[in-house]
Design a binder for this molecule. Structure first.
Ligand code: ACM
Length: 498
């Protein structure tokens, strides 16, 4: 068997008949509304095969052509977790059906996002051989299990700009993830220029951990990255972490510090020492301004308020400050996401609480869910892809142990905490904190091969997931990674085929 689609589709039938050959001049037909998916597919197939495809707005069928069709009647294959993630594409919108034989390829979906998901399957099906590029004869029916399938990247400890992040977005697309969460601020740096607070990047973006060079998004580079992701059906969720992890803000704005003196720059990797102060008059205006500006820069539905690891603050003050941040987000018509600790603040119904540390008492989370909060699962022991693979891994941290490919694969988000009802779980997000990661190669080496494992946890229903079969399929993916110039870690858990 040569077909090796990751994440595994709901239905896959491999026909023993001849494949579709991609020739010079093979046509790619679509309707006006399907053009963005057709253009993307033509681009990635040209990169993969060296052959340009002609994209045309035209109706088929045409012998030997590829066709992308929007079909409002297409019913998603049965299945799925309970409920969609509010604000993200629904299961029906991401569903697609693909039929390939030697006469042509037909990809159908209700929505452009379904065509974008199906296009990733087409890319993975392309085989390069002696007689050129071909796509095997298959039938695929597919739709996601979980609605929120994300990757969080810390661009504060080390800055990663568009040149590093666009290849990451390409990977998210290839593996049918739909959220890119960017951790934009922390003690070590402030990485997004906000029009009402230019001093934040002016004073706090030039450095990074260990004195490495910093950087920040300006309005244009940010807008371009958000658009690049949107073109691939991926929503950007930006995070400004408050009320802890704020030394970059305290270094830029002395009025946020008791006594009025800006704090020194910080380029170490300790956590938990910096904090906002509720009783200072500047604090409320700061929270309102930064989340209002961030909302202006964000077409997506969610803003992340952070809320993690505030170790030096009375609980009442924590509740007040997280509440002010969340209120500013809601006033800007956005939905609130916060790390696990915000569960202790009686979050408003609909708040997404991102679980990361299974050592924390689950009781506040259970209570928050009873109050209408939703849960996003990023348990460090499964989904923190900055943790080392094993004791020999040079990069990465190990505070929650090691995460091998099997650890990243063999779990179900809705079953992580038995106390939390599965209906409240919107999905899964991998996370990469970058204390030890400096370059695109470092980042990719931690993501590959674990990100595809998390992607299958998010997309494929638990009863259709199988480690032995995943290993077999994943073993063929290095060809895809190398074609895009991505570094990867040859984990000994997989019998790689290159
Ligand atoms: C976290 O890892 N502090 C969310």
């Amino acid at each position: 068997m040569t077909v090796h689609i990751v994440p595994a589709p709901a239905v896959l039938v491999e026909h023993p008949t001849a494949p579709l050959l991609l020739r010079a001049g093979t046509r790619l037909l679509t309707c006006e509304a399907g053009l963005p998916a057709a253009a993307l597919l033509a681009e990635v197939l040209a990169r993969a095969t060296g052959r340009a495809l002609e994209v045309e707005v035209a109706q088929g069928p045409v012998p030997g052509a590829l066709r992308l069709e929007l079909d409002g009647d297409l019913e998603p294959v049965p299945g799925g977790a309970v409920g969609d993630a509010p604000g993200l594409a629904t299961r029906a919108q991401e569903a697609y059906r693909l039929d390939v034989d030697s006469d042509g390829l037909l990809l159908r979906a209700r929505d452009l996002r379904g065509l974008l998901r199906g296009a990733a399957t087409v890319r993975q099906l392309v085989e390069l051989g002696g007689d050129g590029a071909r796509i095997p004869a298959v039938q695929v029916e597919d739709a996601p299990h979980h609605g929120w399938r994300g990757l969080s990247i810390d661009v504060a400890r080390h800055f990663f700009g568009p040149a590093d992040l666009e290849p990451v977005v390409d990977l998210l697309w290839l593996y049918k993830l739909d959220v890119l969460h960017l951790h934009l601020t922390d003690d070590q740096g402030w990485r997004i220029d906000l029009p009402s607070r230019p001093e934040l990047v002016a004073r706090s973006s030039t450095g990074a951990v260990d004195g490495d060079p910093g950087g920040a998004f300006d309005g244009q580079t940010w807008a371009d990255l958000v658009a690049y992701a949107a073109d691939r059906g991926i929503v950007v969720v930006p995070e400004i972490d408050v009320p802890g992890h704020v030394n970059a803000a305290l270094h830029a704005c002395g009025d946020l510090v008791p006594g009025g003196e800006p704090t020194p720059e910080y380029h170490g990797i300790d956590v938990g020492f910096s904090r906002l102060t509720a009783e200072l008059p500047a604090t409320s205006a700061f929270l309102r301004d930064v989340f209002t500006d961030l909302a202006e820069l964000t077409p997506g539905p969610y803003l992340h308020v952070g809320g993690d690891e505030v170790l030096t603050m009375a609980h009442e003050e924590y509740v007040d400050l997280v509440g002010q941040a969340a209120a500013a987000v809601r006033a800007a018509d956005k939905l609130v996401v916060g790390w696990q600790e915000v569960a202790t603040t009686s979050p408003a119904p609909g708040t997404v609480v991102q679980v990361w540390d299974l050592r924390q008492d689950p009781a506040p989370l259970v209570e928050a869910v009873q109050g209408g909060a939703l849960v996003l699962m990023s348990p460090a022991t499964r989904a923190y892809l900055d943790l080392k693979y094993d004791a020999t891994t040079s990069l990465g941290l190990d505070w929650a142990g090691h995460v091998q490919v099997h650890d990243a694969y063999d779990w179900e988000p809705a079953a992580v905490l038995p106390e939390v009802p599965g209906h409240a779980v919107v999905g899964v997000e991998a996370a990469v904190f970058t204390e030890t990661l400096r370059t695109r190669d470092d980042l990719m080496w931690m993501l590959l091969p674990r990100l595809p494992a998390i992607a299958e946890v998010g997309w494929t229903s638990p009863d259709a997931r199988d480690w032995a079969d995943f290993r077999r399929r994943l073993a063929r993916h290095p060809a895809l990674w190398s074609a895009d110039g991505n570094a990867w870690h040859p984990s000994a858990q997989i019998d790689w085929l290159g």
